[in-house]
Design a binder for this molecule. Structure first.
Ligand SMILES: [Zn+2]
Length: 279
């Protein structure tokens, strides 16, 4: 099953509403079925408020996912910094427990001054160890969803994410198609281009390759990859959603598709839902 929804507050929502409390009703009005709550600059939501939101989302039958803080960097060679990254994950999970969310999206790491191989090895080993940390804290029933990244200095090519997901069944990919397209400077155009992404996950994950989390937005890119998120008004950078919609059906993909458009997330999530229903 595919569900569609926005990440955070779009401009139309923010014009008339102030709180996430009002989000479930707003999504219902738009016939959307999922939502991503972002702890971009830190986990500031109280457990009480998370519980309140959780009840409201459940009543409206909205699936919630959470995006962990951007400070996480599992490539960092400093063990103190890895403890901090683990801490952000655990603090996010404590809120997810109250929110009723099961999927935690995070950015795996940045290359810093290391070689790509070194940075990837650190990232891989630290995420492998993170699974043990989750078990220690009693968070064994949640999914970690490392994201494919758009800038060349970030860890998170399709192949790198596939290798990380192969560590454990509780690690499933967040495929950000805008990022993949930016990293490859416009590499996603045809149905075959999108299918190749899923073929890579199939190679590493076998049968469970079709359970993924998806971010979709058009993104401006340059020589070093991602520059900034755009809206569906863009006709220069892409990617387009139509070919992906066909591939999602062909591969029987199960996912929440989250719009990360710049200000028009709800509107563009509705556009994707309409396209998906019509292909
Ligand atoms: Zn992200």
């Amino acid at each position: 099953m595919i569900k569609f929804g926005p990440s955070g507050f779009c401009e139309d929502f923010a014009e008339k509403h102030k709180s996430t409390e009002e989000m479930p009703e707003w999504l219902k009005e738009h016939s959307l079925k999922c939502y991503e709550l972002s702890f971009t600059n830190g986990v500031r939501l109280s457990l009480e408020t998370a519980e309140k939101y959780g009840r409201l989302f459940e009543e409206s039958d909205i699936e919630v996912s959470v995006h962990a803080p951007y400070y996480i960097n599992f490539a960092n060679p400093d063990p103190v910094m890895i403890e901090k990254s683990n801490g952000y994950i655990i603090e996010s999970l404590k809120r997810m427990e109250k929110l009723g969310a099961k999927k935690l999206v995070f950015h795996p790491g940045t290359q810093m001054k290391m070689t790509r191989e070194e940075a990837f090895e650190n990232t891989y080993n630290n995420i492998k160890n993170l699974i043990n940390v989750l078990d220690e804290y009693g968070f064994s029933n949640y999914y970690l969803c490392p994201e494919t990244m758009g800038k060349h200095g970030q860890i998170g090519t399709v192949e790198e994410i596939a290798k990380i997901c192969a560590i454990d069944e509780r690690i499933i990919p967040t495929i950000d198609f805008g990022h993949v397209n930016s990293f490859g400077q416009g590499s996603l155009k045809t149905e075959e281009d999108f299918a190749e992404v899923f073929e890579t996950f199939k190679k590493y994950l076998g049968e469970r390759f079709n359970k993924v989390h998806i971010h979709f937005s058009k993104i401006e890119y340059g020589k070093k990859g991602e520059i900034r998120h755009l809206t569906f008004e863009d006709s220069v950078y892409g990617p387009e959603f139509e070919p992906l919609a066909k591939v999602l059906k062909k591969y029987n993909i199960e996912a929440c598709v989250i719009s990360e458009s710049n200000g028009t997330q709800t509107k563009d999530a509705c556009i994707m839902q309409n396209i998906y229903q019509s292909v």
